[in-house]
Write a protein that binds this ligand. Structure first.
Ligand SMILES: Cc1cc2nc3c(=O)[nH]c(=O)nc-3n(C[C@H](O)[C@H](O)[C@H](O)COP(=O)(O)OP(=O)(O)OC[C@H]3O[C@@H](n4cnc5c(N)ncnc54)[C@H](O)[C@@H]3O)c2cc1C
Length: 494
């Protein structure tokens, strides 16, 4: 019997829920309704089905996969979301094998990075003596585009992947700027770190969240007696080591594109997976839940799994017979990082002609340029322009043709040898995707202490999956980790 009604996402009630047709559909019954067909939702569905439970997976998009998305272009498939599978991705590797997919060593080599600061090419190797370098003491020798990463690595106290949640480290639930101020870095160093901050920004992400990712990432690079950890020379993406350990390079890709994995998982689940089903409301008590979609369809189940980013869950109207203020705080306030990326074909590697670095980080209007070699080093190459924050927002406000022309002209201004050699393939801004509204979760300073330790606890019959509910893992593996956790939670309650 519902006695009290509690509402999350009141704003959404106005938009999504009120847009629902009044026509009543007969409610479909299941043991578990899973909202979201990304890797976390699909993996929980696989496991719960194996336990003999009847699951229904509701996916708003026309296709499954979420942040695993492959776009077919004239020059072949391009993964605009996840693509890199590490050697330590036990669950992802197992799923790839179960579904009969083929892996290849990462099909691209991200070329060495330089820096373009204050409209000038800077040689990171000689940065220490560069007059533009305003940092002091031993900061002067730190590669300017890696300042954020270098500071983060230098002060990382975590030895184990679960320690980020250990209250012993609660005093480090602070921002990178606060850490740098506490450790006595110069303002110039802080400014450089702001340009290369690995989280959502120098003020917006908790160090504990950043160290979680870094600590887990270093395990991936050291797994299975791989050669000594490769020195990083670039701010994002991992250095690829092609030596095979148990048949795996340090980074593998799925032949034909990463989205083949969620597509294969969904195909195996058959009609349990429903695409084009945008969930607008969840109504629950201790006995079960009713999940309503914008097309008027209703699904009733003993349990419901939220396998959506909080950016979109906060737009779903949740009514519950018992309130959960902490959960509500997490859903409505957890910030998300964003990235927008432009993918280009490079007709000829112009970096071999102008002698400038193939890849570079800049403080200018196009952010970061990744020059990507093909394996043979000959013929067509690729490039990716990685934009974050205000840079991404400015480019995304333009029409596609305008954005493409702007990026091309800016590149040619910086390095004339690029003229006529770049061909646009595709563009993706994850904050503009209505089913994502961001590319990855963050935790603001103070939020690890405020709710991260308990935000994955079930709220009545609702369980929480998704990469943002990770405890130990990162990337796609964290989505799979969370799918497994909720399947175990529900399996134990059923
Ligand atoms: C640009 C980019 C690059 C990345 N690169 C890598 C990489 O190389 N390696 C790696 O390991 N990881 C990488 N990741 C991270 C990885 O993609 C994610 O961790 C993982 O895919 C997240 O899965 P998920 O199930 O948690 O969420 P999602 O994949 O976000 O799934 C959520 C699903 O919910 C659906 N949905 C949203 N709203 C509704 C609604 N109202 N009703 C119903 N359904 C809804 C969405 O459409 C989506 O399908 C990358 C991510 C991005 C964005």
């Amino acid at each position: 019997m519902i006695t009290r009604r509690h509402l999350v996402g009141a704003g959404a009630l106005g938009a999504a829920a009120l847009a629902m047709p009044r026509m009543a559909f007969a409610a479909e019954q299941a043991d578990v309704v899973i909202v979201g067909a990304g890797l976390s939702g699909l993996h929980s569905a696989e496991l719960l089905s194996a336990l003999g439970m009847r699951v229904v997976v509701l996916e708003a998009g026309a296709q499954v996969g979420g942040r695993v998305q492959t776009v077919q272009t004239a020059d072949g498939p391009i993964d605009v979301g996840a693509s890199q599978i590490g050697r330590s991705y036990a669950r992802v590797l197992d799923a790839v094998r179960r579904h009969g997919l083929e892996l290849i060593p990462e099909d691209r080599d991200l070329l060495g990075f330089g820096a373009h600061l204050q409209d000038t090419w800077v040689d990171p190797a000689d940065w220490e003596n560069n007059p533009l370098n305003g940092t002091v003491g031993d900061e002067r020798a730190i590669n300017p585009i890696l300042m954020g990463q270098a500071v983060m690595a230098r002060h990382n106290p975590l030895k184990e992947v679960d320690e980020w949640l250990d209250p012993r480290f609660s005093a480090s639930d602070i921002s990178l700027r606060q850490l740098m101020q506490r450790e006595g870095y110069s303002e110039a160093a802080i400014e450089l770190a702001a340009m290369s901050a690995p989280g959502i920004g120098i003020d917006e992400t908790s160090m504990l969240r950043m160290w979680q990712e870094a600590t887990r990432g270093s395990i991936d690079r050291r797994v299975e007696s791989a050669p000594a950890e490769v020195e990083r020379d670039h701010p994002f993406g991992e250095a690829n080591d092609r030596n095979l350990v148990d048949g795996l390079a340090s980074i593998s890709n799925i032949v034909g594109g990463c989205q083949k994995l969620p597509l294969a998982m969904a195909a195996k689940l058959g009609d349990a997976v429903r695409t084009g089903k945008r969930v607008a409301a969840i109504d629950m008590n201790d006995a079960g839940a009713s999940v309503s979609c914008t097309d008027g369809s209703v699904y009733k189940a003993r349990f419901v799994i939220s396998a959506l980013p909080f950016t979109v869950l906060r737009n779903i109207a949740i009514t519950a017979s018992s309130d959960n203020p902490l959960q509500r705080q997490a859903i409505s306030t957890m910030p998300y990082a964003n990235t927008a990326r432009m993918y280009l074909t490079v007709e000829k590697p112009f970096w071999k002609e102008d002698g400038l670095p193939a890849s570079f980080s800049s403080d200018g209007p196009i952010g970061m340029f990744w020059g990507i070699d093909n394996h043979t080093g000959e013929g067509q190459h690729r490039a990716m322009i990685v934009m974050v924050g205000k840079v991404a927002q400015a480019i995304s406000r333009m029409q596609h043709e305008e954005a493409e022309a702007f990026v091309q002209s800016e590149l040619v201004r910086m390095r004339p040898a690029a003229k006529g050699l770049l061909r646009y393939q595709t563009y993706k801004d994850w904050a503009r995707d209505p089913n994502q509204l961001g590319c990855g979760f963050s935790l603001a300073p103070g939020q690890v202490n405020a709710f991260a330790r308990t935000m994955t606890d079930p709220w009545q019959v609702m369980h929480f999956a998704g990469e943002h509910t990770r405890r130990l893992d990162f990337g796609m593996e964290s989505a799979m980790e969370s799918g497994e956790r909720v399947a175990i939670e529900i399996g134990e309650r059923a």
